[in-house]
Ligand binder design. Structure first.
Ligand code: NAP
Length: 258
């Protein structure tokens, strides 16, 4: 308990899945958590569990980021943690990729996250007591390996991986104590994946197939991702910068079934 005591944390996409779990874990550890999403009812319900604050925010809009981070500064005087978690998956091979699909996926997953880095840093550099903060970017296993059936998604998550390093180096050189790291989930049991299972002819079989992908034979839970976000957000990770945490049950360590 108390690993984030006194910190103000912002979690995007916090109405569901990994974002909701991260908001809950950070609140449990003493942070004041601001949750944002475009799913207002679900976001407000998660916030109500622990007295957090919910605000509607479309992460693709820079104006919305400026308004949100300025409001957090005005209300709390500081911002210590930004978890850029909001994301969407739209499948499609490169041959199936349209301009609309590309712009939508890259808009949320990469542009939206980029604004979060920019405006998180803008507030963190003026924190009382000196520049200090931690930005946690949710990438994916597809930031390492291409997903044939998700070309735009893979491109967005690969972009997140290297944008994170560009931000990390700039922040450390310029402000010393502001960090930026990426988290790379494998197969996580969230509504994002459940929607894909439900859209298949046999949702139970699809679920079982996904569970079997990771060598540990199960999907990772949202809480297991949240715990990595907690570590990166906390002062325990005070020298962890530009790093990647892969949480995939060993999937990438075992590229073949032998
Ligand atoms: P999720 O359950 O679908 O939650 C994501 C939340 O973000 C949803 O409430 C979603 O709303 C919201 N969102 C979508 N577009 C937004 C926007 N423009 N502005 C603000 N919020 C927006 O997803 P999840 O599985 O927890 O995934 C969270 C993150 O982990 C994503 O970045 C995802 O790419 C990444 N990830 C997930 C997995 C996995 O296996 N689940 C694996 C690797 C990486 P809507 O429901 O309206 O879209």
């Amino acid at each position: 308990m108390g690993r984030l005591a006194g910190k103000v944390a912002l979690v995007t996409g916090a109405a569901s899945g990994i974002g909701a779990a991260t908001a809950r874990v950070m609140a449990r550890e003493g942070a004041h958590v601001v949750l944002t999403d475009v799913q207002d009812d679900r976001g407000a319900a998660v916030a109500a569990e622990f007295g957090g604050a919910y605000r509607r925010q479309d992460v693709t809009s820079e104006a919305a980021w400026i308004a949100l981070t300025d409001a957090i500064k005005a209300e709390h005087g500081r911002l210590d943690v930004v978890v850029n978690n909001a994301g969407i998956f739209i499948g499609g091979t490169i041959e199936e990729t349209t301009e609309e699909l590309w712009d939508k996926v890259l808009g949320v997953n990469l542009k939206g996250l980029m604004w979060g880095c920019k405006h998180g840093l803008r507030i963190m550099k003026d924190n009382p007591g000196g520049p200090k903060g931690s930005i946690v970017n949710i990438s994916s296993i597809t930031g390492y390996v291409g997903l044939a059936s998700g070309a735009a998604y893979s491109a967005s998550k690969g972009g997140v991986r290297l944008l994170t390093k560009a931000v990390a180096v700039h922040a450390a050189r310029t402000y010393r104590d502001i960090r930026c790291n990426s988290v790379h989930p494998g197969v996580i049991d969230t509504p994002m994946n459940q929607a894909a299972f439900d859209a298949s002819p046999d949702p139970n079989a699809m679920r079982a197939m996904f569970a079997a992908i990771q060598p540990n034979g199960r999907m990772t839970t949202p809480e297991e991702i949240a715990n990595a976000c907690l570590f990166l957000a906390s002062d325990e990770a005070s020298s962890v910068n530009g790093a990647e945490i892969l949480i995939d049950g060993g999937w990438l360590a075992a590229p073949n079934p032998l």
